[in-house]
Design a protein around this ligand. Structure first.
Ligand code: SF4
Ligand code: SF4
Length: 447
């Protein structure tokens, strides 16, 4: 027997217990002081015959903290990644009907410009969807921008087209829209719901005092009250509606989150899936530059817990604590494209969408023409050298492909920042998600 490479030991400062987590298999157990001593001994000498605590040993084996000598854990992870990149069952399409936006958020990385999709591009995209969609079992169609509702008619027309293809070809089609929420008027809500879009992401950056400093209209006017009202109307308009309520935080609004959570009416909360994300970058706006990691970690644990207590939908901090992840981000998948308003095809949404960054384009006849940037995007190694010795690898799956490629695979980039796995694990350790843990006594351990 040997010890898994992916065991992570986290002392819980609140309960004096120790959490043992395995990032490859997802096992989570809690051990008291006496037990952890024996656990540690087994983990350092899995085949020891001197230790005689069989209940503990059997838990360590059944939960795969200790594994057979011939298990190649690196090969398991490499296979997962290849499966994710080559997955031929699912097509991910993000369409941006415009790069323009009615907002001028102070931290936005996009450069908004007047831009609208033409009839010709709409027709080309529909042709491409008609020929491509039947090759897949599942199609994820997402709307993004700029603000996609500035091109609402394109959204409705292309979504209707995709859903018709899905219905006639027996494809499961999932639709989604990322919007700033300002144009989700009652009239537009009715249109998007009729088109079959029930899943949304809308950002609210804290209470009116903080949100209205960060997310303003182009003319500088405040947006909170209208977005807040639209979210409530949207949530109440159909039982199927789900809204990811995203809060981008930094030092200015992190601690306004509890007051924001109290503001939404109780009947709306179950429709809202809360997601807190730090504002990135090395700038004065950046959460990670201006807030101590411990403060972020504790706030996350406590505010997710609060959200759940108040009746919101809470998933453990996005996908970062979830084991079984196949790729770092959607852009690693071959069957994923972002189609710009002008028919250019890109892979990554964190972009200015300049024509030279495109990886291809949709031709008028509906063919996707892949250019040299496409091959370059997929020429990056599965993982960098340093990732092979990283205990978080199964949770992270190797970090941002774009950054790795820009840094020419030098291994100088690591995505271990306060949004991802290490922090999720700290949330667990801080008991933010205590009920997700399986106490070993529940499984008959009595040593
Ligand atoms: S990018 Fe960083 S966190 Fe991710 S696997 Fe590589 S070393 Fe680990
Ligand atoms: S910036 Fe990196 S991680 Fe983010 S979407 Fe682009 S490729 Fe993916």
């Amino acid at each position: 027997m040997k010890t898994s490479k992916y065991n992570i030991i986290i002392p819980s400062i609140e309960t004096d217990e120790t959490i043992l987590f395995n990032s490859l298999y997802g096992s989570l157990t809690v051990w008291d002081k006496k037990e952890i001593h024996i656990v540690n001994s087994y983990l350092s000498q899995p085949d020891s015959i001197e230790l005689n605590h069989l209940p503990i040993k059997s838990i360590l084996i059944s939960q795969k903290y200790i594994i057979d000598d011939d298990v190649d854990e690196v090969a398991i992870i490499e296979n997962r990644k290849r499966q994710g990149i080559e997955d031929g069952n699912r097509l991910d399409v993000i369409i941006m009907p415009t790069l323009d936006c009615n907002f001028d958020c102070v931290y936005c990385y996009e450069s908004h410009r007047p831009s609208r999709m033409t009839d010709e591009t709409e027709t080309a995209i529909k042709r491409w969807l008609s020929s491509e969609m039947p090759n897949y079992k599942v199609v994820m169609l997402s709307w993004f921008g700029g603000e996609p509702l500035l091109g609402c008619e394109r959204v409705i027309s292309i979504t209707n087209h995709a859903i018709k293809i899905a219905e006639t070809s027996g494809i499961f089609c999932v639709t989604h829209m990322t919007s700033n929420g300002y144009l989700l008027t009652r009239a537009n809500i009715q249109k998007v719901l009729e088109a079959g879009i029930y899943d949304f992401q809308i950002t609210v950056d804290g209470t009116p005092e903080t949100h209205d400093k960060l997310r303003v209209l182009k003319n500088g006017k405040k947006t909170f009250s209208r977005v807040f009202e639209n979210i409530n109307n949207l949530a109440r308009s159909d039982e199927r509606v789900k809204i990811s309520l995203r809060v981008n935080f930094n030092q200015s609004n992190l601690h306004s989150i509890p007051r924001l959570l109290e503001m939404f009416p109780k009947d709306v909360r179950p429709h809202l899936r809360v997601v807190y994300e730090p504002i990135f970058g090395q700038c004065s706006m950046s959460a990670t530059e201006n807030l101590p990691a411990q403060e972020i970690s504790e706030a996350m644990a406590s505010y997710y817990k609060l959200a759940r207590e108040l009746g919101y939908d809470v998933i453990l901090s996005g996908a970062s604590g979830y084991t079984g992840k196949l790729v770092y981000c959607y852009a690693e998948r071959q069957s994923q494209v972002i189609i710009n308003y002008n028919g250019d095809v890109h892979k990554c949404s964190v972009s200015n969408f300049e024509p030279e960054a495109r990886v291809g384009y949709i031709r008028d006849d509906g063919a996707l023409v892949k250019e040299k940037n496409w091959n370059q995007w997929f020429s990056t190694d599965l993982f960098e050298e340093k990732c092979y010795s990283c205990v978080y690898l199964p949770l992270c799956m190797g970090g941002c492909r774009k950054m790795r490629s820009q840094l020419q695979n030098t291994g100088s980039y690591c995505t271990l920042v306060p949004t991802n796995s290490s922090y999720v694990l700290k949330q667990v350790a801080l008991q933010g998600f205590g009920d997700l843990l399986t106490n070993n006594s529940d499984k008959g351990g009595d040593a």
